[in-house]
Write a protein that binds this ligand. Sequence first.
Ligand SMILES: [Zn+2]
Length: 133
Amino acid sequence: MIIGARTPGDLEPTPETQAFWDAAAQGRFLVRHCNACDKAHWYPRGLCPLCHSSDTDWREGSGKGTIYAFSVMRKAEPPFVMAYVTLAEGPTMMTNIVECETDALRIGQPVELVFQPSKSGTPVPCFRPSTPA
Ligand SMILES: [Zn+2]
């Protein structure tokens, strides 16, 4: 089954995630990073979920990752792919895989960020199989 683009649901920015959505509107993918334990985390929040430090800031994400797990929602209209993608920065995020052939998807497969506009036009981070270099 071939999956094309997808229109994700709208997500409400919060004070903690407003900077993320502002950057996404400019085509930039931010990842929250903790200066105390030097690790990135997802979803973005002010208090590090790994060490509880509030010394966190935004870093530019690479947009690279690998598929940790995925499931093809074949009966949805239109069908889509739910997935956990492990970012190159470390954390794993729930997302959608788009622009893919579902039978060719594999655990551990390299994927790259592609923003998909929601109904209201907000760019939502999704992933597609990486194009060979
Ligand atoms: Zn931390």
